[in-house]
Design a protein around this ligand. Structure first.
Ligand SMILES: [Zn+2]
Length: 483
C-alpha cells in the first residue's frame, strides 16, 4: 500500500484556521475565547462569507446511484461556471468499481464508508476500503481523505483509526440544534486538536478534550428541522413519510437559518438508492425528485451559494477568503483531463475507455473495472487479492494520475507532475440552471453577479459573540493579519 502523505503542512493562514476553528468548538457555552477578539469580529460579516452546500451520498456506487447524482447536479453550475462536485461515501458491497473511477475522474470526491458497511468498524474495514478502491477503482490512496461511519455508528477507536491512517476528516458526527440557535452545536468544520464538540451526550467518555487528534478534521452533519427544534431530520429527510411540499418547507426554513445566520455549511445527506428510478423494490420517488430539484433551484437563486464536496469545503477552510476573493480558491475551479479523445485507454473517461472494461463475474454482484479482476472478492482480511488466472492488467502506480494511466499496457501518458488539465473555470457570474421547472430559480445562463443589497441579514451590526462561528473567526483573524 502506497504511503499516504500526511497533509499537515501549516501555512500562516492554516494556523489561523486551526486556531480559530479549534476556538469555535470551545464556544458552545457562549464563552468569548477567540484570538480574534470582539474587535476583530466587527471586521467580518456573515454575508461576506460564501454559503456552502454539501450534497453527499452514502453506500454502493452503481448505475442507479450515478443516475441520481447526475440528475440533481450534472446540469447545475456554481458561480464560477463549474459543475458542482459531491462527496460519495463508498462502501464496496454491490459497488461497480468502474463507476467509482468515472465519478472520481469527473472531479467528485470518493470517501471511505468501510468495505462491508460495518458500524463501529475495525481497522481492516476502514483501511481495506482504501486499498480496494485504489487497486480496483484506481483512486489514489492520498485522495481518499474522508470517512463516514456506516449507520453513523462510531466511537473513539474509530476516530483513532482514522487519525492513524492519516485521513483528513471524519463526517459522522451530528449537529442537532438549529444553526441560528444560541449555543448551537452546528459548528463549522473544526480540527480535533482540542477534542470533539458534537455528540457529547452519546459519547461523554471522549468529550471535554479527553480525545485530541491533532490535524484530523470533523465536518459535522447538520440537521434539517421540521415543525419545531425537536422535529429533527438528518439523512434523507424526504423519506419521513410526509408530503414532499412539507419537506420542501423544512429544507428552505433550515437553509435560511444558515444563510441568514452565520453561514455554517448546509448539508443534503442522501442514500441515492432511495431516489432511483426503477430500482427493484423501491417506489418511484418522482414527487421527491421534483421537490429536491425545486429546492436546489431555490438555493441557487441566493447569492454566493456554492455546492461543493467536503474536500472543497476544507480547502476553503484552510485558506478562507471572503466572497470578494472567492475566485482565488483554486479548489473551487474545474478542469477536465486533457487526454486526447483518440487514446483508447481504460481511464474513467467514457470516450477513451469504450469497450475496454474488464468484467469480474462474482456471483453475488458482478462488477467491472479498468484494472485486473481479483481471483476472489475483496474482503477486509484480503482487500487486494491477486489477479484471477491469466489477467495481466495492472493497478495504478503512485506516480501517475488515474486519467492518464493505461492499465492494459502499463504506461503513463504523462509524468506525474505534467498531466495537463483543460481549465474550464469561468469568471464569477450567474451560471445557475433551473431544473425544477418552476420560476423561482434564476434561469439565466450568463449574466452579472446579482446585487448584494438584497441579501438578508439576521443581525444588526455584526455577529453576536455567543454565536460566533468558525468562519466568522477565520475571516476576522485573516482580516486582522492580511492588509
Ligand atoms: Zn451507509
Amino acid at each position: 500500500m502506497p504511503a499516504r502523505p500526511r497533509m499537515r503542512t501549516r501555512s500562516l493562514a492554516l494556523s489561523l484556521v486551526l486556531l480559530a476553528a479549534g476556538a469555535s468548538a470551545q464556544l458552545s457555552t457562549g464563552a468569548n475565547g477567540g484570538e480574534g477578539g470582539p474587535g476583530a469580529s466587527a471586521r467580518a460579516q456573515p454575508q461576506d462569507v460564501p454559503q456552502f452546500v454539501t450534497f453527499t451520498a452514502d453506500d454502493a456506487i452503481q448505475s442507479y446511484t450515478v443516475e441520481v447524482i447526475n440528475h440533481f447536479l450534472a446540469e447545475r453550475r456554481n458561480p464560477n461556471g463549474c459543475a458542482p462536485k459531491m462527496t460519495y461515501f463508498t462502501s464496496l458491497s454491490y459497488t461497480n468499481y468502474s463507476m467509482v473511477t468515472e465519478m472520481y475522474v469527473a472531479g467528485n470526491e470518493i470517501a471511505d464508508h468501510t468495505m462491508t458497511h460495518a458500524g463501529k468498524p475495525n481497522v481492516s474495514e476502514i483501511n481495506g476500503n482504501l486499498r480496494a478502491l485504489n487497486a480496483f477503482a484506481g483512486i489514489p490512496v492520498s485522495d481518499i481523505a474522508g470517512f463516514r461511519a456506516p449507520l453513523l455508528s462510531w466511537d473513539g477507536d474509530t476516530l483513532r483509526a482514522l487519525h492513524n491512517a492519516s485521513f483528513t476528516y471524519d463526517s459522522s458526527m451530528t449537529s442537532a440544534s438549529p444553526a441560528n440557535a444560541s449555543n448551537t452545536d452546528a459548528y463549522w468544520p473544526y480540527t480535533l486538536d482540542n477534542g470533539i464538540a458534537n455528540n457529547c451526550l452519546e459519547q461523554p467518555d471522549i468529550c471535554q478534550g479527553r480525545l485530541k487528534l491533532p490535524g484530523l478534521w470533523e465536518i459535522p452533519m447538520y440537521s434539517t428541522f421540521g415543525e419545531s427544534t425537536s422535529d429533527i431530520h438528518l439523512m434523507d429527510p424526504w423519506l419521513e413519510g410526509r408530503d414532499a411540499d412539507e419537506v420542501l418547507g423544512w429544507l428552505q426554513q433550515t437553509f435560511l437559518q444558515h444563510y441568514n445566520g452565520n453561514r455554517q455549511p448546509f448539508g443534503l445527506y442522501s442514500h441515492p438508492i432511495h431516489l432511483a428510478i426503477n430500482y427493484p423494490g423501491v417506489t418511484n420517488p418522482d414527487a421527491i425528485r421534483n421537490m429536491l430539484q425545486t429546492f436546489l433551484d431555490w438555493v441557487q437563486s441566493h447569492d454566493n451559494v456554492w455546492i461543493v464536496s467536503n474536500k472543497q469545503l476544507l480547502e476553503w477552510m484552510r485558506n478562507p477568503v471572503t466572497n470578494e476573493h472567492i475566485a482565488d480558491v483554486e479548489g473551487l475551479g474545474c478542469g477536465s483531463p486533457a487526454v486526447p479523445e483518440d487514446e483508447n485507454i481504460c481511464n474513467g473517461i467514457p470516450v477513451n475507455m469504450a469497450g475496454l472494461l474488464n468484467r469480474c463475474d462474482f456471483a453475488a454482484f458482478p462488477w467491472q473495472t479498468c484494472y485486473y479482476c481479483p481471483a476472489t472478492e475483496p474482503t477486509p482480511d484480503d482487500p487486494v487479492p491477486s489477479p484471477r488466472e491469466g489477467d495481466t492488467r495492472h493497478t495504478l502506480p503512485s506516480d501517475c494520475q488515474t486519467a492518464w494511466f493505461d492499465p492494459i499496457a502499463n504506461r503513463c501518458l504523462c509524468d506525474s507532475d505534467n498531466c495537463a488539465f483543460t481549465d474550464e473555470t469561468r469568471p464569477i457570474g450567474n451560471y445557475s440552471t433551473n431544473l425544477g421547472g418552476n420560476t423561482t430559480g434564476s434561469g439565466d445562463s450568463t449574466g452579472p453577479v446579482r446585487a448584494e443589497a438584497t441579501a438578508p441579514s439576521k443581525f444588526n451590526g455584526g455577529v453576536p459573540a455567543a454565536a460566533w462561528s468558525g468562519a466568522a473567526l477565520l475571516v476576522a483573524a485573516l482580516a486582522a493579519v492580511v492588509p
